[in-house]
Design a protein around this ligand. Sequence first.
Ligand SMILES: NC(=O)C1=CN([C@@H]2O[C@H](COP(=O)(O)OP(=O)(O)OC[C@H]3O[C@@H](n4cnc5c(N)ncnc54)[C@H](OP(=O)(O)O)[C@@H]3O)[C@@H](O)[C@H]2O)C=CC1
Ligand SMILES: [Mg+2]
Length: 345
Amino acid sequence: MVMHYRSLVRSSAKSLQLFSCSRDCSSYVSRMRYLMRLKEDDEACRRALQSGNVLLYHKLAPLLRQQQKGIYQLKVLQATDVKGILGKLGKDEQLLNTSVLIGCSDGDIAQFSLDVGCLEKDAVEEMCGGVFTDLRKAFFLLEQPDTPLVTKGQALLRWHQTHAYCSASGEPTQSNQAGSQRVCLTNGATYYPQMAPVVIVLVSDGRRCLLARQSTFPQGMYSALAGFCDMGEVMEETLRREVAEEVGLEVESMQYSSSQHWPFPQSSFMVACHATISPDNAEINLNGAELEDARWFTLEEVEDALKRKPLPRSVKGEPTAFWVPPSYAIANKLIREWVNQQKKP
Ligand SMILES: NC(=O)C1=CN([C@@H]2O[C@H](COP(=O)(O)OP(=O)(O)OC[C@H]3O[C@@H](n4cnc5c(N)ncnc54)[C@H](OP(=O)(O)O)[C@@H]3O)[C@@H](O)[C@H]2O)C=CC1
Ligand SMILES: [Mg+2]
């Protein structure tokens, strides 16, 4: 096995790719091992925090800074900056220790998130040169690569804010330094951050795709079908059940696409799939309790919708032309994949 690997490394351009992959992998491995250690060793994590990067949130709204007009970035602070802000506002530096570990940068710097909801919002914004922004709005303003980190930071802070007590004893729970678990102080029960598994599926009859909307969606937006997994279900069962429940159709085949962490309304683990149904049994039987509408859309209609700008939730009034979820949502990825598939010769 080793001989085989070495002979590959010695030969040609293909082997160069393998070699660079092995280097990347090893730095990835060392970063993951480092994060693992910080989760297990409170003292090491406290030390990492002192020289770490911190993303600030105010009541779960992340701090962004405007780089140029219309271009926003996450505002990343050093732990020493945060201490300076706390000092100027006459607050205890201990607040920094409630930061939770969310990752490690390429430069091996530990990254944390901290909610400063107990501080005066305007004062912190002024000192940092940033603005606390609702997460949904932040998704529209940030570059795509920043969104997983800012989402993770918010999700972990939210989990801590809603798991301060043990559900068995009713007594307080205490977080480890990294924030990767909470333990009940009386019965020792350990709680880990959780996500609810959801299947999201783009159904096609071979020629058209099925999109639906809930009454709570912004005006004109249609998305792929989605549903939470029931206890004990496997992904394939959830997919078949949700399609049957929501639109009364029987799935014939399915294919996994990709996954996404979704923070709204709370952490979901979205598993995205494509599914097909028979064109002979394509009549929609809508479950009106869950959905306001579901329709088949042609390739041309979907391509037009992909070009339209999303409308804010606040826009009310006359129905608008149909559009689809924005690029940060995995529904958008499924829809684009379907379009590309349809255009293949
Ligand atoms: N990223 C993306 O592209 C997209 C993400 N989504 C997300 O997918 C998720 C699921 O979609 P949705 O169609 O609403 O799901 P469902 O079709 O499963 O319907 C939601 C209902 O399921 C019940 N439910 C069961 N388990 C849970 C749970 N763990 N958490 C919350 N509700 C639960 C609730 O009913 P009750 O209130 O009666 O108890 C809820 O109203 C949503 O969070 C949505 O935001 C959806 C589309 C696109
Ligand atoms: Mg649903």
